[in-house]
Design a protein around this ligand. Structure first.
Ligand code: B12
Ligand code: SF4
Ligand code: SF4
Length: 403
């Protein structure tokens, strides 16, 4: 039963709840549960243990005020309950194009989900207001650092937390979905948790390229490719560069192996389709060729890829270029990705051009590293010359180990 004008006043609380869920479904949210705004006390303790282990890495905003993050009522004092929803962002990944391309995690291939989901939640609220015949006070959140969203969702049955820590929805809804909330002043009965389990599966831990998942504890962001390529403001640590493989923004490895993701539903909203945003693959040299932050913003406006800024995305691009050059040298990697000798030589020339003009130490160091992955006597000779002229002593010292 979808909400129709005039129904609300005559409805029981249970009917209203069902009507809200059906309306949310009609808008494209595949699952909706109602959450209470009571403090999440055991969850706060879990969260603080995770922080104490240093697993938030450089995400300083996560370290501020854990008490606030686990007290939804403090976030919005007028609120009486939260409508917690999930929506699929899934789209099929096409075959990789040949050449220097990097992979974008599925959640980021379309338009910026923060704006898209908030607009849909406001639409949901407008529909609730229509039938309520009154203004309904509500606030829409998604991926908001001020709220421990996954735990709120798990506490009230949106799904259960898998060993990779992501929320797994029932009926093979899987994990390729966002979690979002509409905290509203409508009083609704909270839902119970959903009892799901990973059973004897440990595939995500085995499939994680960097061993970032610690079962029973959570994800160590210091090692997670998603963190390293998106939130991280430093360089990519040397021992993890190879593990990035082709990931230029985010990582889906732990989700791709999860058996709950066998039959994912494609996103109901065209805003999340690859055609609307950056798409599944990025031309890596086109990132290095962007001349300014303004040019970067113009290219990635309204997409999640704006987050690491030009400096961060260029850093990721250099790392993936290094991995492609390493594969080309050892003739490993997928045959489709094999690049002609001429293509490799153009790439090497472009990287030397980048080295010559790049003012940022961190990016020059990575460009040196990327070039050193290419097994060619001529490139090594040239690299040594460049190394002698490198102006930063720390960079000079580091790169001596590569060449
Ligand atoms: C910070 C953050 C990250 C960080 C840290 C991730 C993490 N797992 O903690 C990084 C940058 C690595 C990240 C990556 C990704 N993220 Co993120 N991220 C967040 C954010 C903002 C906060 C998460 C958080 O609070 N982590 C803190 C830890 C403590 O939480 P936890 O792992 O759930 O808690 C576990 C521990 O407490 C442990 N535990 C239990 N008992 C005990 C006992 C002890 C003693 C200890 C020590 C621990 C412990 O179990 C809990 C559950 O497993 C949320 C949005 C939000 N506001 O909630 C999105 C969110 C989790 N991210 C999301 C997504 C999509 C991703 C990526 C898939 C993106 C990508 N493709 O690249 C990856 C997935 C990586 C992964 N396996 O988690 C979605 C997940 C949707 C879903 N279905 O669950 C969210 C919910 C955003 C959203 N609104 O949709 N993310
Ligand atoms: S996102 Fe990638 S690196 Fe991070 S935990 Fe999952 S598989 Fe590991
Ligand atoms: S891959 Fe296996 S262990 Fe990991 S979350 Fe999925 S079901 Fe659980």
């Amino acid at each position: 039963m979808l909400i129709e004008p005039g129904y609300y006043r005559a409805m029981t609380s249970k009917q209203l709840k069902e009507a809200i869920k059906e309306t949310a479904y009609d808008l494209g949210f595949q699952r909706t549960v109602i959450a209470s705004l009571a403090p999440m006390e055991p969850e706060r303790q879990e969260y603080e243990r995770w922080l104490a282990l240093g697993y938030a890495a450089g995400m300083e905003y996560l370290k501020r005020n854990p008490h606030f993050r686990t007290s939804p009522q403090l976030l919005y004092p007028e609120g009486r309950s939260a409508i917690v929803v999930s929506v699929s962002y899934y789209s099929e990944v096409p075959e990789p194009p040949p050449g220097f391309f990097g992979k974008v995690a599925r959640y980021a291939v379309g338009l910026d989900y923060h704006a898209v989901i908030r607009a849909k939640l406001r639409e949901l609220n407008a529909r609730i207001e229509k039938v309520a015949g009154r203004k309904v006070l509500a606030k829409a959140y998604t991926d908001d650092v001020a709220l421990f969203e996954q735990r709120l969702a798990a506490r009230h049955g949106l799904g259960f937390a898998g060993r990779h820590t992501l929320i797994i929805g029932p009926q093979l809804i899987g994990t390729y979905n966002f979690v979002a909330e509409l905290i509203t002043d409508v009083e609704l009965d909270a839902d119970e948790p959903y009892q799901g389990t990973c059973g004897k599966c440990f595939r995500c831990g085995e499939g994680c390229p960097t061993d970032a998942i610690e079962f029973g504890i959570g994800v160590n962001s210091n090692q997670c490719i998603s963190y390293l390529t998106i939130e991280n403001k430093e360089g990519i640590p040397l021992p993890l560069r190879k593990q990035l493989d082709r990931w230029v923004f985010g990582c889906d490895a732990c989700q791709d192996v999860c058996p709950y993701n066998q039959k994912p539903n494609v996103s109901p909203w065209e805003e999340f389709s690859p055609e609307k945003g950056a798409g599944h693959y990025l031309d890596l040299f086109s990132i290095l060729e962007l001349e300014s932050e303004t040019a970067f913003r113009a290219r990635f406006a309204h997409t999640p890829l704006r987050r690491p800024k030009l400096r961060g995305l260029a850093r990721n691009a250099l790392t993936v270029i290094g991995n492609i050059l390493a594969d080309a040298s050892s003739n490993s990697g997928e045959t489709k990705n094999k690049i002609s000798e001429a293509g490799l030589s153009v790439a090497v020339t472009k990287l030397f051009g980048f080295l010559q003009s790049e003012p940022e130490d961190m990016l020059r160091e990575l460009a040196f590293w990327a070039l050193a992955q290419y097994d060619s006597a001529e490139t090594r000779r040239k690299l040594r010359l460049f190394a002698e002229n490198e102006k930063n002593a720390a960079v000079r010292q580091t790169i001596c180990h590569y060449i």
